[in-house]
Ligand binder design. Structure first.
Ligand code: APR
Ligand code: PHB
Length: 392
């Protein structure tokens, strides 16, 4: 097989890149190791920056998003049994965010690609990337019981945090930065209407909790738990009880409870791989960086990588210039580190460290109080959360 751009991974990054390249007239092929069913049901985040909505619209994949996405004007912070709204439009010159599950984005992109192309091979596991420094990099992959090879002009690793594309980077010129947080999130989906119109980030005395949603009838909530927590140790009653305790405020508000239909534990970690290009091999999305979900940046960072990369390939296709490809890694990493910083700030401000003391507790509450009392501090949170501008 031969194509212009070989894409390893059919998650949001790989699928959106394929869509944008296809609409630019650039041939590509997507290799996805899992089944269509698996990638479409994988529960992930669901908060979209405006830039992500714009990219999906540019890809012609935003019809359902426009119909079903929930536009939000801000978030609510809770601590010391108080609630505080952080209003995005008034703090950012009119910006809003949209709630639309990543599973739905993947379904929309898969449906379009299977109908219109380019080729999307499921159960096609990439084994190794070879000749990345050459003008014809190759990815060996296993599909339909046979080992095959895809030769390309360019190869993009969109294969996530457990992918293989990074392995083709020489250790001598690669740098990795990792940070593991001392807690995890227990995430649930519940068949119950959300307990409010907004996302609620709560710092309870016993830990963090997040209230989000998927639709007017489905809630998505998260609970800080110790690393290594087994979700089966948490009954529905125990989960709802702990969530209610952490969201508790001295005001008239009730946490709506209902049947929990999904439950999983995710550790909190940060990871950055530098650089994001080696020869004719580039990385995009989780293949290059992981952020803790407190800042809702994972999907939005993957999309911003892809927007830059699609523009770079379009420039090459139109003019033969590799100028944007040459600056891709540096441009994306600047944004990655700002998102990593913001995710770290939100995570360390809202979670109760298992080894924390009274000083840590008062410091966190002072950081939260500053945001609720200073327009400047609130504007800084709003600007980062709604998405820093993408300087293309
Ligand atoms: N060969 C082919 N496909 C692979 C391989 C491989 N060797 N290894 C991994 N993959 C596939 C995975 O099955 C997955 O579908 O690559 C895809 C990577 O998708 P994601 O992990 O979703 O990463 P990305 O597309 O960068 O999207 C980032 O997803 O994980 C969330 O929180 C993250 O919201 C963020 C978003
Ligand atoms: C979600 O809706 O899944 C979600 C929203 C915001 C976050 C993390 C997850 O920060």
């Amino acid at each position: 097989m031969r194509t212009t751009v070989g894409i390893i991974g059919g998650g949001p990054a790989g699928l959106l890149l394929a869509r944008l390249l296809h609409r630019t007239g650039i041939d590509c092929v997507v290799l996805e190791s899992r089944t269509r069913e698996y990638v479409e049901q994988r529960q992930r985040a669901g908060m979209l920056e405006q830039g992500t909505v714009d990219a999906l619209r540019e890809a012609g994949a935003a019809d359902r998003l426009a119909a079903e996405g929930l536009i939000h004007q801000g978030i609510e912070l809770r601590f010391d049994r108080e609630r505080h709204h952080v209003d995005f439009p008034s703090l950012t010159g009119g910006r809003t965010v949209t709630i639309y599950a990543q599973t739905e984005i993947v379904k929309d992109l898969v449906t379009l690609q299977l109908a219109e192309g380019p080729p999307l091979l499921f159960e096609a596991e990439a084994l190794a990337v070879e000749k990345a420094e050459s003008a014809a990099p190759v990815v060996r992959f296993r599909h339909e019981g046979r080992e095959q090879a895809l030769t390309c002009d360019w190869m993009v690793g969109c294969d996530g945090s457990h992918g293989i594309a990074r392995d083709a980077f020489p250790a001598s010129s690669s740098r990795t930065y990792a940070h593991d947080y001392p807690y995890s999130w227990l995430g649930i989906l519940a068949e119950v209407p959300p307990s409010g119109d907004e996302l609620i980030y709560a710092r309870g005395e016993r830990g963090f909790a997040l209230h989000s949603m998927r639709s007017p009838s489905v809630s998505r909530l998260y609970l800080q738990v110790p690393n290594g927590t087994d979700p089966d140790d948490w009954t529905d009653d125990r989960i709802w009880g702990e969530l209610a305790a952490r969201f508790a405020i001295d005001a008239d508000w009730t946490l709506h409870r209902g049947p929990i239909t999904a439950k999983s534990v995710t550790p909190m970690r940060s990871y950055v791989h530098e650089p994001m290009r080696h020869g004719r091999l580039l990385l995009a999305g989780d293949a290059a960086h992981i952020v803790p979900p407190t800042g809702a940046k994972g999907l939005n960072l993957a999309v911003s990588d892809v927007r830059v990369l699609a523009r770079a390939f379009a420039q090459l296709h139109r003019t033969g210039s590799e100028q944007l490809l040459d600056t891709y890694s540096e441009l994306c990493l600047a944004r990655v580190w700002q998102a990593t910083r913001f995710s770290y700030d939100m995570t360390s401000m809202l979670h109760v460290r298992p080894d924390g003391d009274a000083f840590d507790d008062r410091l966190q509450r002072a950081r939260l109080r500053r945001i609720t009392e200073s327009r400047h501090a609130a504007a800084e949170l709003a600007a980062n959360y709604a998405g820093l501008p993408l300087s293309l």
